[in-house]
Design a binder for this molecule. Sequence first.
Ligand code: CP
Ligand code: NVA
Length: 307
Amino acid sequence: MRHFLDIADYSTAELEHLIRLAIQLKQEWQSGGNRPALGGKVLGMIFEKPSLRTRVSFDVGMLHLGGHALYLSPAEIGLGKRESTADIARVLSGYVQGIMARVFSHKHILDLAKWSSVPVINGLSDASHPCQAMADMLTLHEHFGHLRGLRIAYVGDTNNVVLSLAQAAARFGCTMSVASPAGYQFSEDAHESLYAMGLDLSVTENAVAAVQDADVIYTDTWTSMGQEAEAEERRKVFPPYQVNDALLAKANRHAVVLHCLPAHRGEEITDAVADGEQSLLFQQAANRLHAQKAILVHLMSENQLHF
Ligand code: CP
Ligand code: NVA
């Protein structure tokens, strides 16, 4: 049984299979609807944090595939508070055929996977957001027709989103340049793990240097969920890392802009860029649905491929 906890757990071949499957499921859906590959199956969705895209796309994805999704709110589940993660995983495994969880501590994802007897999907933790990275790669594949060799510049906080993006870049043969202020750059561990994956990575404090020659400019919030107490401090440090028209003008003319959303318009990205001609933000958000359908089918259907 496979889980989907981190991009780094997957080989290039398996990730390429997921992208092909996502394209196929998207085409199938656009041509009248998906076959019920997950007929009668139920996904339990544990949320410790708010969500629009993750919650709705998993729910709708299960519906399109003939299954059902159950939303379990923070108040109901009380992960590790009302009940231990190990007990929750074992109880849910008796009812549902898959678990998707959005948690504060990545350890909760690992514990769920350890104790669950059904596949567990990471719907965002403090460490990573692998489902987002698959939607990002699907969007770039649709736009450029390939992934290998794409130059991705990420400007902003080195958070969960960019770690998964960088892991995906390594697996799909893209290069990454990351611009962040001192004190907000990749940890030593993250750095080492990305180099170990063979990522062509450059790190700088200079946003302009990072976007030069970039095919893709990506940014995310300066303050992730759970870091709200640091928001004021971060607002002082991050303004030079705003993705605005002036920064975009320094990149390739064909460069596209991505943001996982929600956007804090006027902070990490301006309205002009988010709504501009180079923005793929809403195609990217829509692709959460298709990328995740591939993950769900890969993990939960009867006819699984083994890698
Ligand atoms: N990008 C993303 O995961 O959005 P939500 O927080 O709304 O799920
Ligand atoms: N980095 C953001 C992503 C939200 C989808 C957060 O963790 O809040």
